[in-house]
Design a protein around this ligand. Structure first.
Ligand code: DHB
Length: 282
């Protein structure tokens, strides 16, 4: 993660930017191939590679000088103590939000089940991060659970200011018919892209219905301005865009914003906030 890459998405119309998840120490990701994409979905197992907090601090402080747009610092760890340490260090850089990534599916072998798969673990990590910082804390949840609302509620009760839903679905697998083996070196990977949008929409809808006072970053399968509006109608306060870059290039951010404005104009919308959660209220 570099300051230049963060600035690049802002230059292309993003209203804010989330860093790659930052570890305490350098973390080597998975070997190639790490991703595969078709018209329906992307499968990825990058393995959260990162140069660690010291390098992240250098790059983030470069970004913070003449900060062009709000920044969400995403943090990840395998142990609660490490979450506390990364949160404390990242806080000094004054990001607008800290996103606690407890839901990456691809480091299970090293770390066991993601913290986001258990109410108790999710709450434990949330409260540890909460104690370390006064910056707003948003917890990124996994859709791969029986009841995402229960996990969201546990995080909010433990002090989360908001919820980010959803991380990737699965994990899933794709097999190459010629080699007769899984395509990804890690064999399995998180599913993102157009196919997961209905799962993301329902998760955001359910969380907003149960916790109407909680801000939600809605993400998962958002490719177009219409997708972003749908996410807001489900209850999202902010909309996250990731995999769309692979379908529409980095220009996707500006395109999505333009499409949202066009839709709003065509439907006589005065304030985007008026659309938030309308599907839930209706
Ligand atoms: C990876 C991380 C994620 O949070 C995810 O949802 C999928 C893949 C990764 O780095 O492998």
């Amino acid at each position: 993660m570099t300051a230049a890459s963060l600035r690049n998405v802002v230059c292309h119309g993003a209203g804010g930017v989330t860093t790659k998840s930052i570890w305490l120490n350098e973390h080597i990701g998975h070997p190639n191939p790490v991703m595969v994409v078709n018209e329906h979905y992307m499968l990825n197992a990058v393995g959260l590679p990162d140069a660690g907090i010291e390098k992240a601090k250098l790059e983030m402080s470069k970004y913070m000088t003449n900060k062009p747009a709000p920044v969400i610092a995403s943090i990840v760890a395998g142990r609660a103590d490490d979450f506390a340490e990364v949160a404390a260090q990242v806080s000094k850089l004054r990001p607008d939000i800290i996103e606690v990534n407890i839901s990456c599916p691809n480091v299970e072998d090293e770390l066991g089940k993601p913290f986001a798969c258990s109410r108790v673990d999710a709450a434990m990590v949330t409260s540890i991060v909460r104690k370390m910082t006064r910056i707003p804390v948003v917890v990124k949840l996994s859709p791969n659970v029986a009841n995402i609302v229960e996990i969201a509620r546990a995080c909010v009760d433990a002090g989360a200011d908001g919820i980010c839903a959803i991380n990737t679905v699965g994990p899933g697998m794709m097999i190459d018919l010629e080699t007769r083996e899984p395509v990804l070196a890690n064999k399995v990977g998180g599913v993102s892209g157009p196919a997961i949008k209905p799962i993301a929409i329902k998760a955001v809808y359910d969380i907003h219905k149960a916790l109407p006072g909680t801000p939600i970053i809605g993400t998962g399968g958002v490719m177009t301005g219409e997708d972003a509006i749908e996410m807001i109608m489900a209850g999202a306060t902010l909309v996250g865009v990731g995999t769309a870059v692979y379908y529409r290039d980095v220009a996707c951010f500006g395109l999505i914003a333009k499409e949202m404005v066009a839709w709003g104009k065509a439907h006589g919308i005065k304030k985007i906030g008026d659309l938030r959660g309308t599907a839930v209220k209706g």
